[in-house]
Write a protein of this length. Structure first.
Length: 355
């Protein structure tokens, strides 16, 4: 009632003050009963101070909020599209269809490198074979990063072969040594498995396709594929099958067969990446033109960090892909990466919506 008298008694009429909306409910629309209601000062989205010219509007905001038309709203970063792209308009069903058709629009030309295997040549798969599909973007395409949506191989076996291919796939997201790759948890905890399709040709050939789609897509620079084989034979205990590693198979007189890889492709898309522009953002952390400029740079770097790390592969410990990006595509030292991460962490802790 006191608030109604204070704020809702203009023009010789008294209305009702509503706490939730901080407005007056007037019995007659003309003229209004509402007077000037001072801004609400407090934490969070409340004002840090009210304006002297108009007491109903904010003059300043709390950390993590920005002044917009006299009210305090959540601070959001400017668009990061100038620095790095992320999005594709393709939906999951479209991606699956394009992958099944091996559509050239999502095929990325990657170099095949292997000392163990030559495409379209038969080889003895008893020993582990190593193959790479790499883009070498650090050297030749520094203004792009690449998203992996799927992998496809065509594998043939000799007639009546008892061998079965076993593939292990490691992903190197932005370059660097193989030790910084992560292994795909294929067919584990809802992660996709290889889909094998028999080709309608006289040879015993199959298309092997791994479809990641939007759910499991990830950055990649190099795909490391390790091929080993296992021997499938009838079980002595019943109608089932058992598998052996070729070297464990004691019957050396039996021909285990040969294998051939006709083709190997990666599917995905390339995205705009501007390392110089991101370097300029980082420079503002040390040499801010204004405090607002530094906060804006921090917000944009936080946005980039969170969106990059959101594509970390599944696992108990998420990978810090953002730190990997800084090291290998911006060529920053470990000391600089730690300094940047510390600044972002301290700034993020002050934000009301840091999670």
């Amino acid at each position: 009632y006191i608030l109604s008298i204070m704020y809702c008694s203009e023009n010789n009429q008294i209305g009702s003050y509503m706490e939730e909306t901080r407005t007056c409910s007037c019995h007659y629309e003309h003229p209004s009963c509402q007077g000037v209601i001072p801004c609400s000062v407090g934490d969070g989205s409340h004002c840090a101070s009210c304006s002297y010219e108009n007491r109903s509007r904010c003059a300043s905001c709390n950390p993590g909020y920005m002044l917009s038309q006299g009210t305090c709203r959540n601070t959001i970063p400017d668009s990061t599209d100038n620095y790095i792209g992320f999005e594709t308009d393709l939906q999951d069903m479209e991606l699956r269809y394009l992958l099944q058709k091996k559509d050239g629009r999502i095929s990325i030309h990657a170099m095949f490198i292997s000392n163990d295997v030559r495409l379209n040549n038969w080889f003895d798969p008893s020993w582990r074979k190593r193959m790479l599909l790499t883009l070498k973007s650090n050297k030749f395409k520094s203004n792009h990063v690449h998203m992996l949506l799927g992998i496809s191989l065509q594998i043939c076996l000799t007639k009546n072969s008892t061998l079965e291919p076993v593939l292990s796939v490691y992903i190197n997201p932005f370059g660097g040594s193989h030790s910084e790759s992560w292994i795909m948890p294929i067919d584990q905890n809802s992660y996709p498995d290889w889909e094998r399709t028999k080709l309608d040709i006289p040879l015993d050939c199959y298309n092997w396709t791994l479809t990641l789609g939007n759910k499991w897509k990830t950055f990649f620079e190099t795909v490391h594929i390790y091929l080993r084989s296992r021997v499938k034979t009838a079980s002595t205990q019943g109608n089932g099958s058992v598998h052996f590693e070729p070297l464990e198979y004691m019957d050396s007189s039996r021909n285990l067969g040969y294998m051939k890889i006709n083709s190997m492709q990666v599917f995905g898309y390339s995205m705009h990446f501007d390392p110089d522009a991101i370097q300029d953002l980082i420079l503002q952390l040390d040499y801010p033109y204004t405090q607002g400029s530094q906060d804006s740079a921090l917000l944009q770097l936080l946005e980039i960090r969170d969106r990059v790390n959101r594509l970390s592969p599944p696992g108990q410990q998420p990978l810090d892909l953002f730190a990997c990006l800084l090291r290998h595509r911006l060529k920053l030292s470990t000391t600089d990466v730690v300094r940047i991460q510390t600044a972002l962490q301290a700034f993020s802790a002050k934000q009301p919506n840091s999670m």
